[in-house]
Design a protein around this ligand. Structure first.
Ligand code: HAM
Length: 428
């Protein structure tokens, strides 16, 4: 037989059992917060028709140009893509199921996304997003509520060291006027533009502002600012949102260069950033995307949302020394073979009826060996179902933790009352 040991795909990680508690904490905390704001879960498939993303995210974006896992379905020639983000998929689903007819939607989702990026700390090819989309609501109150909601998630997760950057991309005509000004400006400085910027000059000049090229920073810093092209309405939208965010006591900075890597945004865009994670410090990004629903074939309706990178949030929790742990079990049942094993199994069922997590030692083994396994399991109590105890209609219970007062000494209890007695100890 071949001895080859297989490895996972580069940039795609396993989640190991010891990390389950922290993953569950992040998701459950986020869900718990969102439910307090009226959000409900939505799930869409991991595969979508490629067009959903080329249209939704935009043809001239890093995601669509370089990062999508796309393939042709060999059965029918369909062009399919592993979802690189959730928003376009959720909007496709909402349109297809007419969820916005006479209604608004507040939705959350959590799951794997796929981008063919160069893997590094905090940047993976399969990563997980927890996201939310508020659909059908046009006002800045909803944008502000998103920020307030996220701030609450960070607080309830015990995540510190995050700062909020806000910007506005204005409305379409303002963006067009700004875009024309940008093209003129960059044309006049063509010699400073790198190859990528040259290529994007006429297709997506806004993204040039996003460049990491140090040789272009002076040029970009002096470029025309969208803020100067905003009309009354857009200014009012931003001002109202700022007013609400400030009233909630949340600090932020306006970063006029924050343009985000997806094309569907207008008005508000935001990112939550930490310095604790090195280069990949954006733990959450989002914004308003009023054109998207119509772009994906729906009746015009506004939308705003966010997505956080679960891996990055978890890494930040670790950096903050905030790592929830959970033992494998509450009770470990040690037993003799034969009839004792059957009685042990039935007692375990009674404990599980009471919501207690129980492991019954598998198979047969010496008492010492079973005791070692009980210790390693992290259980709070060991239950001994030995032939001697059972002959008298009893079992015994012993605490496995120092400082535990219930069953500190090994204590005999009747088999009949054992489940109740252990459950009472947990209730204390
Ligand atoms: P995004 O900024 O592309 O936005 O991604 C959101 C978050 O996902 C990022 O801030 C980051 O934490 C995480 N993330 C992105 N790429 C990776 C990666 N390769 N490895 C690990 N984490 C990553 C969106 O996807 C929009 N759909 C957000 C949104 C929802 N806007 C409105 N609604």
């Amino acid at each position: 037989m071949s001895k080859e040991k297989f490895s996972g795909v580069k940039g795609m990680n396993d989640m190991l059992p010891q990390d389950a508690a922290i993953w569950q904490t992040v998701q459950q905390t986020a869900v718990n917060v969102l439910e307090r704001y009226g959000y409900q879960e939505i799930r869409t498939p991991i595969l979508e028709n490629t067009k959903v993303f080329t249209r939704g995210v935009g043809e001239v974006t890093d995601i669509v140009e370089k990062e999508m896992y796309s393939f042709t379905d060999s059965m029918n020639g369909d062009q399919l893509t592993l979802r690189p983000e959730g928003t376009s998929a959720v909007v496709r689903c909402v349109n297809e199921n007419n969820l916005l007819y006479g209604a608004t939607q507040r939705l959350w989702y959590c799951g794997p996304m796929f981008r063919h990026e160069r893997p590094q700390r905090g940047r993976y090819r399969q990563f997980h997003q927890f996201g939310a989309e508020a659909l059908g609501m046009a006002g800045p109150d909803i944008d502000a509520e998103m920020i307030v909601m996220l701030n609450r998630i960070w607080k309830e997760l015990g995540v510190g060291h995050v700062r909020l950057e806000l910007n506005t991309l204005g409305a379409l005509p303002e963006r067009q006027a700004h875009r024309d000004a940008l093209i003129k400006y960059f044309e006049a400085n063509r010699d400073v533009l790198d190859e990528e910027a040259q290529r994007r000059l006429y297709t997506n000049p806004l993204r040039i502002l996003d460049t990491k090229n140090p040789d272009m920073q002076d040029l970009v810093n002096a470029a025309p600012r969208l803020l100067d092209y905003l009309g009354e309405e857009s200014r009012g939208f931003l001002a109202r949102m700022e007013e609400m965010v400030s009233a909630a006591g949340i600090d932020y900075t306006i970063n006029p260069r924050l343009v985000r890597g997806l094309d569907y945004y207008n008005h508000t865009v935001f990112e939550w950033i930490t310095e604790k994670l090195g280069a990949q410090g954006t733990i959450c990004g989002g914004g308003r995307y009023d054109p998207l629903i119509e772009m994906l074939g729906g009746r015009p309706a506004p939308g705003v949302g966010f997505a956080m990178g679960m891996e990055r949030v978890i890494e930040l929790m670790r950096e903050c020394g905030n790592v929830p742990t959970r033992t494998q079990t509450d009770v470990y049942v040690i037993h003799h073979d034969g009839d004792a094993h059957v009685k042990a199994m039935l007692l375990a069922e009674q404990l599980r009826d009471r919501g207690i997590r129980v492991i019954v030692h598998p198979g047969t083994a010496g008492m010492k060996n079973q005791m070692k396994k009980a210790d390693a399991s992290g259980a709070r109590f060991a239950v001994f179902a030995t032939e001697d105890e059972l002959a008298g209609g009893n079992v015994s219970v012993k605490s496995l933790r120092e400082g535990e007062t219930s069953f500190a000494e090994q204590t005999t209890v009747s088999l009949e009352s054992a489940a109740e007695a252990v459950a009472n100890a947990f209730a204390k």
